[in-house]
Design a protein around this ligand. Sequence first.
Ligand code: PLP
Length: 381
Amino acid sequence: MIPYGRQDISNDDIDSVVQVLKSDWLTQGPIVPKFETQIANAVGSNNAVAVNSATSALHIACLALGLAPGDILWTSPNTFVASANCAIYCGAKVDFVDIDPLTYNLSLDKLKEKLENAEKTNTLPKILIPVHFAGQSCEMKEIHSLSQKYGFKIIEDASHAIGGSYLGHSVGSCLYSDITVFSFHPVKIITTGEGGVAVTNHLDLADKMRRFRSHGITREFQEMTHEADGPWYYQQLELGFNYRMTDIHASLGLSQLSSLKKNIFRRNQLALQYSENFKDLPIQVQLIGRNIISSYHLYVIRVCSKDRLQIFKRLTRSGIGVNVHYIPVHLQPFYKSRGFSNGDFPEAEKYYKEAISLPLHPTLTTDQQLLIIDQLKQIFR
Ligand SMILES: *Cc1c(COP(=O)(O)O)cnc(C)c1O
């Protein structure tokens, strides 16, 4: 079976991990800070806080921005559940902004309209999480100016989008947001096994996230409530978690980072090849904005909804590991039990009925891709 996504592990990656296993520290050693510095450099932000998953990163990002019971967080329904769950962890409420039918990111028009209404009813969000679906950045400049007007904070869920760019700036530069989060799960662009990172240009937010990652504990004397009892002393200032990344994981990430550019180039090459071959087929491909370079975590096609299941099954039967991203979050039983229902976000629901993710990853060979294209041409013949 050709998988829809897959990690690409080199011998250098393996050597990098083995080195840590032979070293003095498996966790809380020198490699995590080194990885953080290199991530910050690669994406153009001032601070990076590495954690054990993007889900944890989203959680501590929300906490650092003060999300609490009574607050509201908005995100896209076309995402993995973690983009919404982070609000529930903080006791806040979640609502969604419907998607654009061409980019599959949250719709700017729907966002404007929803903000206008929310202002009247006093239900404005404290935080908005735009999700850079499939690796394409949302229209951050416009979203940022709306955040200035309505006073909300922005966390970019860039789990799909490391290595991509928007208006000539790397995703993660946080020019138009408070915090950006990346995932290092094996199906994502680069991996640490499990892992994630939150980047920000605000040192105070980075410091807060560092504390939340490790039990709310500080060893910085200037952060303590009174003079330290001695050099061993630490204080727990708030309730945190153990969301730390290990040096073993970070060493894999550090090595993977060196292949990021090559990885994104290959993904774009494969995506272009798909798109050119689908021009004459009844297939809709994702519209990519003019000033955007997608990192192409996913390659999604939209087909007629009544044929989707059959096409999906035929591709699977031919050994092509297709998938569907995403089941709209508000239609999950957990969110339905919180008051959402079918029809709430019609564009995301329509999109879901038509979407198929085709295999796309740097280890996908040209021959494998030709086979996939050929299968689709046969299906539509
Ligand atoms: C994968 C993913 C996450 C969660 O990432 P983990 O590292 O697995 O916790 C969050 N948001 C989106 C959009 C994702 O694709």
